[in-house]
Design a protein around this ligand. Structure first.
Ligand code: BES
Ligand code: MN
Ligand code: ZN
Length: 496
């Protein structure tokens, strides 16, 4: 879907659907009031009757209106008529509007939102979020069904601006939102693909595909032989029981100056996590195809920043492997040696994410990074702690943590700062190796982060545990595309 900014009066615009705001109180913003007047008070009456509720995100469609060139008018509720609205509420209303327009036969949509003030956000933010929400609403994953989903008629969006002078800046914001949506779509596709299709080698192919035709982006991958030469004994211990060869996928985006230190993104890419010899229970095990959600979000972010042509250097490293049990598989109690030289007692083969990440985190030291951010569906304990709303954020640098928290707030893709205190470290003590790969029953998300911290001492580092945010289960089962928006927002801030 393509978005453009236009300075036009909403009621004279020829469009499939015109989105106009209303409030629960019945107070009408200017353009809505004008339309109401031209139609004998129809809108005020509908609100009074409770048909058009005006409650947050409520949608009510009108047709055949006087003095209006739109085929339909969608009255979009923004809740109580206060002077201003929270960013979260704006996002909620626009998500609902996008679904409603998608479900209609409308070929294009025009939004008149200049009367809606969002707390601490500018018009550009509203435009970017709007383009992102519409792109997200149009996402569908039907490539594995023999009957394709019916085509969606909605193709074009217009974001109305009050003055012509705003068109350029709002146009850029709309492009950004569309690019973020496209990155999220890629992350969703990779996440939704099953483990028998999206294998480690598939991710390598995907990286090469992304780099094709992009002068600033290159992609390569190391196979198991090369990883053995690098002494990545920890990563290789995870793929030992799988017939799929592990891959270390490396994408290099050079948008900055040669001398600019790169920001490095590291993604957990377990294309299926059976638990290995510490086999998981059967119920819901299919969802462990999403255990490459960290990798997927890193792919998505790379897609967005190449599209945006951000002026900075970013390197993405994806540790891709399949965690399976067989005769060669790593067993509980086995001791492996990581690339860093630290030995690890594998007490539970289901704590495999940290085992692939630690070697990737040692590998990226060679890039002399400005900062390293790893993204991983790392622990069920993080889901217990934060549910599906917030990503768990850990960092060895408070400034980096703040930057990521802010980015999450601004992008509507929130994280919550978790402790990385020394007190937790002793839970990883092992009688037989330098460190154990599990830290006992308490604070499972924290001890997993503590494990990673042993391998990130030479640079500023943050860890995003997206176990709760990467996908939704139940009837709405599917990838969310998180935290692409947070990562892109952070990178955009770093590029300023
Ligand atoms: N991929 C899982 C974490 C996970 C579980 C994410 C459920 C989302 C939903 C990870 O590899 C894992 O199995 N972690 C174990 C660690 C434990 C053995 C210390 C877990 O969380 O149970
Ligand atoms: Mn696991
Ligand atoms: Zn896992």
């Amino acid at each position: 879907m393509e978005f453009q900014a236009k300075a036009a009066s909403p009621l004279t615009l020829r469009t499939g659907t015109l989105v106009l705001p209303i409030f629960e109180s019945g107070k009408l913003p200017a353009a809505t009031a004008e339309l109401d007047k031209a139609n004998g008070g129809l809108i005020a009456k509908l609100i009074k009757q409770g048909d058009a509720k005006g409650s947050l995100g409520h949608c009510y469609n009108l047709v055949n209106l006087n003095d209006c060139k739109a085929e339909r008018v969608l009255l979009l509720g923004f809740g109580k008529a206060k002077d201003s609205l929270s960013a979260d509420k704006f996002d909620k209303a626009l998500t609902k509007a996008a679904s409603a327009v998608k479900a209609s036969a409308s070929k294009d949509v025009s939004l008149h939102l200049s009367d809606i003030d969002v707390e601490e956000r500018c018009e550009g933010w509203k435009a970017r979020q709007t383009a992102k929400h519409f792109t997200n609403a149009l996402y569908q994953f039907s490539q594995l069904k023999s009957t394709k989903a019916p085509a969606i008629s909605l193709k074009k969006g217009v974001y109305l601006v009050a003055e012509k002078g705003q068109t350029k800046a709002i146009g850029e914001a709309l492009k950004d939102g569309t690019a973020i949506g496209a990155g999220m779509s890629l992350a969703k596709d990779l996440g939704n693909l099953p483990g028998n299709i999206c294998t480690p080698k598939y991710l390598t192919q995907e990286a090469k595909k992304l780099a094709r035709g992009n002068a600033k982006l290159t992609a390569k991958a190391l196979g198991e032989k090369q990883m053995r030469d690098l002494k990545m004994g920890s990563l290789l211990s995870v793929s030992a029981g799988s017939v799929e060869e592990a891959q270390l996928v490396i994408m290099d985006y050079k948008g900055g100056k040669k001398t600019d230190k790169p920001i490095v993104l590291v993604g957990k890419g377990i294309t299926f996590d059976s638990g290995g010899i510490s086999l998981k229970p059967g119920a819901g095990m299919d969802e462990m195809k999403y255990d490459m959600g960290g990798a997927a979000s890193v792919f998505g972010a790379m897609r967005t920043i190449t599209e945006m042509q951000l002026p900075l250097n970013v390197i993405a490293v994806v540790a891709a492997a399949e965690n399976m049990p067989n005769g060669n598989a790593t067993k509980p109690g086995d001791v492996v040696t990581s690339m860093s030289g630290q030995t690890i007692e594998v007490l539970n083969t289901d704590a495999e994410g940290r085992l692939v990440l630690c070697d990737a985190l040692t590998y990226v030291e060679r890039f002399k990074p400005k900062a390293v951010i790893d993204v991983a569906t790392l622990t069920g304990a993080c889901v217990v702690a934060l549910g599906k709303h917030a990503t768990g954020l850990y960092s060895n640098n408070d400034e980096l943590a703040e930057q990521l928290l802010d980015a999450g707030q601004n992008a509507g893709d929130k994280a919550w700062h978790m402790p990385l205190w020394d007190e937790y470290q002793q839970q990883l003590d092992s009688n037989f190796a330098d460190i154990a790969n599990i830290g006992g029953p308490g604070g499972g998300s924290v001890t997993a982060a503590c494990f990673l911290s042993r391998f990130t001492k030479t640079y500023d580092w943050a860890h995003l545990d997206i176990a709760g945010t990467a996908w939704l289960g139940g009837g709405a089962k599917g990838s969310t595309g998180r935290p692409v928006a947070m990562l892109v927002e952070y990178l955009q801030q770093q590029a300023l």
